[in-house]
Design a protein around this ligand. Sequence first.
Ligand SMILES: Cc1cc2nc3c(=O)[nH]c(=O)nc-3n(C[C@H](O)[C@H](O)[C@H](O)COP(=O)(O)OP(=O)(O)OC[C@H]3O[C@@H](n4cnc5c(N)ncnc54)[C@H](O)[C@@H]3O)c2cc1C
Length: 469
Amino acid sequence: MKKLTIFGAGLSGSLLAIFLAKKGYEIEIFEKRNDMRLAQVERGRSINLALSARGIKGLQKAGIAEEMLAHAIPMYGRMLHDIQGNLMQVPYGKNKTEYINSVSRSGLNIALLNLCDTFPNIQIKFGYELIDADLKTEIYTIKYQNETFTTQIPHAIGTDGAGSVLRKALKEVLGNEGKIFEENIEFLEHGYKELHINPKAPKSPLTTKGGTNTRIEDNNLEFSMEKNALHIWPRGSYMLIALPNLDGSFTCTLFFPNKGENSFEELKTKEQITHFFEEKFKDTLTLIPDLAEQFLHNPVGNLGTVRCSPWNYEDKLLLLGDAAHAIVPFYGQGMNCAFEDCVFLDEFLEKNNHNLTKTFSEFFEYRKPNADAIAELALENFYEMRDKTAIPAFLKKRQLEHKLENTFPDYHSKYSLVTFHPETPYTEAHRLGNQQDNFLMMLCEEPDEDINSFDLEKIYNALAKLRRK
Ligand SMILES: Cc1cc2nc3c(=O)[nH]c(=O)nc-3n(C[C@H](O)[C@H](O)[C@H](O)COP(=O)(O)OP(=O)(O)OC[C@H]3O[C@@H](n4cnc5c(N)ncnc54)[C@H](O)[C@@H]3O)c2cc1C
């Protein structure tokens, strides 16, 4: 079996290594960071993530879905916080069997790395940063501590994230050959900042076993808000969200313009920050007593969409995950999509009898339109979450969808197609989902019409026609 080199032992690189090692490949991974199991976790990068069906499918294939879901918190719907502090829960799925899971990013990455360690044919080199690669000659330049060295790598997979060095190398080699490499990196005018809501004091103290504190058991914890929901404070051009953590805390993320009125640039002092939150997110001030300090201390992250084409070069390189198609986080699908990539690559290798050139090229052809579709869906959901989630017509549409989902088992809303139905490609979820949404919004825009007066059968039949196209 061939040797494959992976750059990046993040979420997709470590899952992919497991799939490939199971197939008998000899895997070497270069990861620029130190081993996160030994080092402090990077601050300011999302602490928890929403894991859903497409990602779970990948974890199932690796054999660790059950373990990860045992450490996840189900989120059954959105909990909307209006400006007065009133709450409204809007379910994600048709019933409590459909939910998304709040998981720890580092917990998940660590579980994948631990699983990698159980394979004798996976070798992970931490602290090794790829600096440059000449794909034609297969010569890679890598930095370890303060030394750089070169090495020849015949077959590589780039899971080195949104700022991928291998994407640059691909652009270079194709350019030198007079071939086209399309690349578009589109940053939002919004950035994000994380804030932390502490758990309430546990009902009973930590128990001690053999001198070490055991994990606080879930039922001992007091969450300061509804635990099983993704909280949203939609405020028009910006929003705050919060996902629960196992230790009873919540990680909030403020998605906020970088510049202009009400922006990161504008909020500079403790007084300005406190005043702004008092006006716009009043209920968070009691939840985060040191809010202004956290705001000043925590970094602002960028949000962008990476689109490029192609993702492959002969049998020498394939880009996968964020390196090929980073998206904005508003559908909670970046990692889920990257895990789905791993599942497809694994299947394509099998189908093509491990011919790498054919596999890389077919993978790109199949996944590219799907990556484009989820990128669009994620951007569209940004506007929906911050502007629309709380408006009456939208809430009415969600009620109508909920009724349809519970009456007709083969009807699935757009959110459900993306999140709970991995058998539906993102391209189809995008096309059908938006057509369904437009039709249902049209029905719900009439303020006086009560959804109980709607002829569900007739609506279902009209929607079924969209599905058959
Ligand atoms: C605020 C925020 C919230 C998010 N929420 C969700 C969510 O709820 N659900 C979801 O599905 N997705 C979410 N995402 C997206 C998700 O984080 C990414 O899609 C996912 O991390 C992609 O995995 P990856 O392995 O492709 O890249 P990464 O996780 O970025 O991993 C890349 C790895 O490569 C390493 N690396 C980088 N450069 C080099 C180099 N030169 N040499 C060697 N190693 C290198 C890095 O150190 C890293 O370990 C969110 C993203 C953000 C920013």
